[in-house]
Design a protein around this ligand. Structure first.
Ligand SMILES: [Zn+2]
Length: 94
């Protein structure tokens, strides 16, 4: 579970997903900025690889449009889960 390192408020998962490397997470309560850093890099990499392989296997059976749909759905779920459980917010100096 991710919390703001400045005020310990629970982090908004939607904000985490829309966060990029260039624009760090901004807490909705205190406005403090923090970066999401992986605590278990290997697990995230393995999960991403598993999704890509799954989609490659499904491609001939489902066709391209369905596979892209499945891929996006899986990717958002798994990446969201990985960010939530395996990554931690670290404070950034303003
Ligand atoms: Zn905060």
């Amino acid at each position: 579970m991710n919390t703001c390192p400045h005020c310990k408020a629970a982090a908004n998962p939607l904000r985490l997903l829309s966060m990029t490397r260039r624009s760090p997470y901004r807490c909705s309560r205190c406005g403090g900025r923090s970066l999401l850093l992986p605590t278990h890099n290997t697990i995230a990499a393995l999960l991403t690889m598993a999704i890509v392989i799954l989609c490659a296997v499904a491609l001939p059976r489902l066709g391209i449009p369905k596979t892209i749909g499945c891929f996006l759905g899986l990717y958002v779920c798994v990446v969201g889960g990985v960010m939530w459980f395996f990554m931690q917010l670290r404070p950034v100096e303003p």
